[in-house]
Design a protein around this ligand. Structure first.
Ligand code: PMP
Length: 431
């Protein structure tokens, strides 16, 4: 596979952009760890790099591309919208339409604010929780990722975990002190903390954690969190940036039947264009300016192009709920076949999956905690990533991320993926 153009671009990139990339995990997406692949275009389930190589895309821009790249109806709407102008800094009717559409899928959201990224949405919802409760501290879970705002980066997941940051450089001690981090899945620790520390404004959680690799969630665990946060008058924030509109139309909260106070969204609600959003109870949301005193703003918040793509994407999902059945069944079949290959080659690996998300951990034991994710075999994962890339399949470059299956992945993609997995396992079993 010739990837020389990517190599040349990377040399230039390093001189113009820190690390040559605008988000750290992208640097890790490398051929023999030397340089990342630079993508020129995407169509349906495929990506094309600057050398013309074609790849099956198993990350889907980390979630938004549930309909694949350039889904015809979404593309058509965006093209039409472009002719109306691309940013006004003034309200548009479509923002109201998107808010109503999101509300219709998420009953817990009485009011919604749009942002440009998931990071901003999570940051603003924490600020809002502090203002609502008049309390200062927040609780987050180790290995969960909620974007890169200061307080939420403490013991974060995703790229933060991948690059093994021990501390949060540039973040004040005060901020770190106000962020209490607890192990995901350990309800007793949370209970003790909430009962002994009375200055906690909110608990923020990925109800389906996908940023330490995909980790199993138990409904009862989330139910107990809902119960205790209600009792202790602590705002419960579900970060559904990944799970919202992916796990089902109404996200993880619909699947588990749990109503958080606030929900953070992103990715799919912008149909692949820059967006984020947060919403919840009226009484909390109405504290936001200009109604209340909690400031939140954004020049590009509710950008017309993102909003148009989001409305179209959600409308397609809403009209065709069989899409969820399609992506979930495809994922389940794929995972079953990976499991058969694991058995055939006696590979110390296990697969976690939920809906259309899955992670392969090179660990014999089922991975259900951050510790187990960390101790899974990184060298084998790296062999997996390299082998897949060389065979024309882009998978997460790190074991701390999930694979995303889209509506347009077809049998050929799945076959190609499984052939790559088999080649990986052949290599690993020779070790
Ligand atoms: N929350 C979760 C659960 C995420 O997975 C991410 C990004 N992957 C974010 C928040 C941050 O979103 P963004 O990258 O749009 O800022």
């Amino acid at each position: 596979m010739n990837t020389n153009n990517s190599k040349i671009i990377y040399e230039k990139a390093k001189k113009a952009i820190p690390g040559g990339v605008n988000s750290p995990v992208r640097a890790f997406q490398s051929v023999d760890k030397e340089y990342p692949i630079f993508i020129k275009s995407g169509n349906e389930s495929r990506l094309y790099d600057e050398d013309g190589n074609e790849y099956v895309d198993m990350i889907g821009s980390w979630g938004p591309m549930i309909l694949g790249h350039n889904y015809p109806q979404v593309l058509e709407i965006v093209k039409k919208e472009l002719e109306n102008g691309t940013s006004f800094g003034l309200p548009t009717k479509k923002e109201v339409e998107l808010a109503e559409l999101v509300k219709s899928c998420f009953p817990s959201i009485e009011k919604l604010r749009l942002t440009t990224s998931g990071t901003e949405a999570a940051m603003a919802s924490v600020r809002l929780a502090r203002a609502f409760t008049g309390k200062n501290k927040i609780v987050k879970f180790e290995g969960c990722y909620h974007g890169h705002s200061d307080s939420l980066l403490v013991k974060a997941g995703s790229g933060f975990l991948t690059f093994a940051h021990q501390d949060s450089n540039g973040i004040t001690e005060g901020v770190v002190k106000d962020t209490i981090t607890l192990p995901f899945g350990d309800f007793e620790k949370l209970k003790e903390t909430l009962e002994s520390e009375k200055d906690i404004a909110c608990v923020i959680i990925e109800p389906i954690p996908a940023n330490m690799g995909l980790i199993e969630t138990k409904k009862e665990y989330l139910e107990k969190i809902r119960e205790i946060t209600k009792k202790e008058k602590v705002v419960l924030i579900f970060d559904e940036v990944i799970s919202g509109f992916r796990i089902s139309l109404g996200g993880a909260q619909e699947v588990f039947g749990i109503t958080p106070d606030l929900t953070v969204l992103g990715k799919i609600i912008g149909g692949g264009y820059p967006v984020g959003g947060f919403g919840g109870k009226k009484e909390i949301m109405d504290l936001i300016s200009p109604v209340g005193n909690v400031y939140h703003a954004g020049t590009l918040s509710g950008n017309p192009i993102s909003v148009a793509a989001g409305i179209e994407t959600i409308s397609i999902l809403k009209k065709n709920t069989e899409i969820y059945e399609n992506i979930n069944t495809k994922t389940e079949n794929l995972v079953n076949q990976i499991n058969e290959l694991i058995k055939k080659y006696s590979i110390p690996a296990s697969v976690n999956h939920f809906g259309s998300l899955f992670t392969i951990f090179f660990s014999k034991e089922k991975v259900d905690t951050l510790e187990k994710a960390i101790s899974s075999n990184a060298e084998f994962y790296s062999i997996y990533f390299d082998t897949m890339l060389k065979n024309g399949i882009i998978v997460p470059p790190s074991k701390y991320e999930a694979h995303f299956v889209s509506y347009v992945h077809n049998d050929k993609d799945m076959e190609k993926f499984l052939t790559g997995v088999e080649k990986t396992f052949e290599k690993i079993s020779e070790k």
